[in-house]
Design a binder for this molecule. Structure first.
Ligand code: FAD
Length: 457
């Protein structure tokens, strides 16, 4: 049994149901919990103020929980593999425990760490970011992943999962120097969105309990209803690992209600997208299924989409929710994503990067594979499906509550006009100060028809 082990936190910023932490503590006399601010990520287009604030709050909260167990979070900054290796040398660690991840960057730096650690130091990777692990575990024989969700989900439901682990009561830690816990500005420059959710395991657990007690019962019928805002909003906590997906699914499934089942099915999409990305790590940039696209280019239309001034109220509401809260309702993500890629016919990579700029839950696997799904270059077999955004708005926001909440120019409009303000008499429309549609959506759809050459081109 090694005397000291490092626990390198990454996207598992919690003490509840954290097998990486618990295994390390059970296998060694002392553990050093560490988080390395990875220079490569800090310098990348992924590092943005909204997630910087959330991450800072997560690290402060984790440090507090570790203090309750008699320990503390050690923070280092620099080249990730070098910092972990240096800390292993400094503490005389005999083992390094870390939870696995599917992105190319995570895999590359893990390989670097493996190369650098002395032969006497055991590197133990725990697969607990997903429920079904390793990511290709339920692929059909001879395949490295599954590309259709429904059969994947049937297997996923039947697949055995590990037991939940209790949080540690007491942790022993040798004396180790730490950098300060980072404040948001130490992570990324720039102002965060004004109405962000607070980060951290404590807040995630509070939200989970509140939602299971009062919210989930309507999920099956209501999760697409934009105005009711009745989804769990737990995605940022799942992304940063403040909540264990296994604990979430177990607790949600306990009710054995249709709502619990519908919710668990939705969480399975997370595993599904991760196993696709694990098998096709280049899908972050390349089309998973190329459709011969010759994307339209228009910096003006892209800017109007980002700023929520396309003139289509439901699209603008979604984009303004994103800017205000660093989060967007799933149905609005589908509508705004379809509008960008299938109506304006702009490259999905432009949309995905804007979501990365703002979303608290921006996740390489979920963001990329959902964008590809929406654009028709991903796992959606009906890859040319298009949405009429006005019909989507009437179906999922029939009273206009969602639009009124986020598009203040339209806050006082009657139900009849809230999704189509251009139908107002011209003088009344002009008084709103709201733009006319930047394109006619039926005409714009010809761009897709002409630009997409289809599979195999
Ligand atoms: C264009 C586009 C981009 C997206 N980008 C992201 C992203 O970067 N990160 C992210 O976590 N989700 C992403 N999603 C999926 C989904 O919109 C969010 O997970 C969901 O809106 C989060 O809100 P919630 O926690 O209230 O979800 P709930 O409805 O309460 O669902 C519970 C959990 O299930 C998982 N989940 C639900 N739907 C999906 C899905 N389609 N794909 C993967 N997991 C899902 C999430 O972890 C979510 O927190 C994207 C969807 C689209 C259409």
């Amino acid at each position: 049994m090694p005397t000291v082990a490092l626990v390198v936190f990454t996207r598992d910023l919690r003490v509840h149901d954290n097998p990486t932490l618990v295994r390390a503590a059970s296998e060694s006399a002392a553990v050093v919990p560490v988080f390395v601010l990875d220079d490569a990520i800090l310098r990348s287009a992924y590092n943005r103020p909204n997630r910087a604030r959330f991450l800072s709050e997560c690290l402060h909260d984790l440090d507090g929980s570790l203090h309750d167990c008699g320990s503390a979070l050690v923070v280092r900054r620099g080249d990730w593999a070098s910092e972990v290796t240096a800390l292993a040398v400094e503490t005389g660690a005999g083992a390094v425990h870390i939870s696995g991840d599917v992105t190319s960057h995570a895999r590359r730096r893990l390989a670097e760490l493996r190369d650098r650690l002395a032969a006497s130091v055991r590197l133990q990777v725990h697969d607990d970011t997903l429920l079904v692990v390793p990511p290709g575990a339920i692929a059909t024989a001879g395949k490295d992943h599954m590309s259709v969700f429904t059969p994947y989900f049937r297997r996923w439901e039947q697949h055995p999962t590990r037991d939940l682990v209790a949080p540690p009561l007491r942790l022993h830690m040798p004396s180790v120097a730490s950098g300060p816990l980072p404040m948001p500005k130490d992570i990324a420059d720039g102002l965060p969105s004004p109405e962000l959710m607070a980060g951290g395991e404590s807040e995630g657990r509070r939200r989970l309990s509140a939602w299971l007690a009062d919210g989930i019962e309507d999920y099956a019928d209501d999760h697409d209803a934009l105005g009711n805002d009745n989804t769990s909003r737990l995605s940022p906590y799942l992304h940063f690992g403040c909540l264990s997906p296994l604990e979430l699914v177990r607790r949600a499934g306990e009710s054995r209600s249709p709502a619990g089942a519908a919710f668990v099915r939705q969480v399975a999409w997370r595993d599904f997208h991760h196993q696709v990305l694990a098998a096709r790590p280049d899908a972050t940039r390349r089309d998973y299924r190329p459709r011969g696209d010759r994307w339209h280019r228009s910096p003006e239309e892209l800017a109007a989409w980002k700023e929520g001034r396309t003139g289509y109220p439901v699209v603008d509401a979604g984009m303004r929710q994103l800017a205000r809260e660093g989060w967007m309702h799933n149905r609005a993500r589908l509508i705004t994503g379809h509008f960008l890629t299938k109506t304006l016919y702009l490259d999905w990579r432009e949309g995905a990067q804007h979501f990365v700029d703002l979303l608290l839950d921006a996740d390489v696997a979920n963001n990329t594979m959902n964008w590809q799904w929406v654009a028709g270059t991903g796992t959606d077999s009906r890859y040319n499906r298009t949405y009429n955004v006005v019909l989507q708005a009437r179906r999922h926001d029939p009273r206009g509550a969602y639009v009124r909440r986020y598009v203040e120019e339209l806050a006082d409009l009657d139900d009849a006009y809230v999704h189509e303000p251009w139908l107002l008499p011209p003088d009344q429309f002009a008084a709103l100060g709201y733009p006319l549609p930047i394109v006619d959506q039926s005409e714009a759809r010809d761009r897709l028809r002409h630009g997409r050459r289809g599979p195999g081109q």
